[in-house]
Design a protein around this ligand. Structure first.
Ligand SMILES: Cc1ncc(COP(=O)(O)O)c(C=O)c1O
Length: 404
């Protein structure tokens, strides 16, 4: 191909160069060279798929029920999502108000593709999950970022949301707990966001609740459509089995919302991937309808690992972080390292330099804040074996002490 850029559709130029992919490429290079790298980059829990989910998948295979499935999800799967929303969120959706996709990511993508076009604005609180702005831009819309601050636990204040809303605002894309910060809104904080939304009836809410069950220190999860029933008619509530049940590879997500909107999410699904695999849906039904006790045990284990990594990061010279309230990441400031010199004399100018320094000098991989639209920070995942958290944490402390 002579000039690939000429050949590609204009929409491909709307993707931002991915900072996190650049970092992963460097990790792969070092591993190929035989370096021992401590990876604090995982974006998925490391527990096994629950046995009852695997058994349900095997049963479907044994019965040979592996055909095309309904575009909006099997009746049993939508019933399981209905049960889950009622049980966990006090949200009542008819079966016609539910749809299923290949992961939460696909239902979010379907929602944006079905509703957003040129001139539409989508509010994205920052730091954000890298996919949000890319998806908005791919749909032809404009992401409007609302940066948040570490000293406010990376939570958007009501007045900041209010200021970002214009006549063109179509959606608020909202996620609590958040990736990368773990920010988890309590009822009062969410109430203040809901009050702003009530003043702007044209703004709809796309809420990504995928980290619902990864929430620490006895906190309670809240979601907008149930906290403020007057928002129910303009909210799509998205969730999935990836994080709660450690089932990322099964690719099952689902959404509840107004039937007229949900039908159009399914329409989008029909001309992309069609119905989700029958095997995956069977596994998802089993976990959504089965016993829930193990979820809290897993969360307690993650909280313990969070505490290990947090202790190290907060002792490191030049770093500062707040204890994340949810999700699986510590979003840590490296502002105190900027302008310092590494032992070989290189000046650390930004968070990419800092993360590359960690990788090259002590072999610890984290992701620079730039990838999430917020510098100078980095994201360290605490989904790693405890010995790696101790080793990686200690190496970060040593690397920071070697700067001057
Ligand atoms: C905020 C957020 N939403 C959605 C997803 C993807 O979820 P799923 O695996 O259900 O598509 C991720 C994965 O990292 C995420 O961080």
């Amino acid at each position: 191909m002579e000039d690939i850029k000429e050949f590609l559709a204009p929409r491909m130029s709307r993707f931002k160069p991915s900072a996190s992919q650049m970092a992963s490429a460097r990790v792969r290079e070092l591993v190929a060279e035989g370096r021992d790298i401590v990876k604090l980059t995982a974006g998925e829990p490391d527990f096994p798929t629950p046995d009852h989910a695997k058994a349900a998948a095997l049963e479907v295979m044994a019965r040979n029920e592996i055909r095309y499935t309904p575009i909006n999800g099997t009746l049993e799967m939508r019933t399981a999502a209905q049960t889950k929303f009622r049980r966990d969120n006090n949200l009542d959706y008819e079966l016609t108000q539910l749809t299923v996709g290949s992961g939460t990511k696909q239902v979010l993508f379907n929602a944006l593709m079905a509703t957003v076009g040129h001139g539409d604005e989508v509010i994205v609180p920052g730091p954000y999950w890298t996919s949000y702005p890319d998806m908005v831009q791919l749909a032809g819309g404009t992401p409007v970022f609302v940066p948040t601050e570490q000293n406010h636990q990376f939570k958007m204040r009501a007045e900041e949301l209010d200021r970002a809303i214009t006549k063109s605002t179509k959606w608020l894309m909202f996620s609590s707990p958040s990736n990368p910060t773990g920010a988890t809104y309590d009822a009062e904080e969410l109430r203040s966001i809901a009050d702003v939304l009530l003043d702007h009836p044209h703004v709809h809410v796309l809420t990504d609740d995928v980290y619902e069950h990864l929430i620490y220190d006895g906190r309670t999860f809240h979601t907008l459509a149930s906290l403020e029933p007057r928002l129910y008619e303009r909210t799509i509530t998205c969730n999935g089995v990836s994080k709660a049940y450690s089932m990322t590879g099964w690719r099952v997500g689902f959404a509840g919302g107004p039937a007229a909107l949900i039908t159009n999410l399914s329409k989008m699904q029909s001309q992309s991937t069609a119905g989700v695999s029958a095997v995956s849906q069977a596994a998802a039904i089993a976990v959504l309808e089965g016993p829930q006790g193990f979820v809290a045990e897993r969360t307690a284990n993650l909280q313990h690992r969070r505490d290990i990594l947090y202790q190290f990061l907060n002792q490191a010279e030049g770093l500062s972080c707040t204890l994340p309230e949810g999700a699986m990441y510590i979003f840590c400031s490296c502002a105190g390292t900027i302008g310092k010199r590494t032992p070989d004399g290189t000046v650390i100018e930004n968070d990419t330099d800092f993360t590359m320094y960690l990788l090259d000098s002590v072999g610890v991989a984290v992701v620079q804040g730039e990838a999430y639209g917020h510098s100078p920070y980095f994201r360290a995942s605490f989904v790693a074996p405890e010995e790696d958290l101790h080793k990686g944490g200690q190496l970060i402390v040593e690397a920071c002490a070697a700067l001057n």
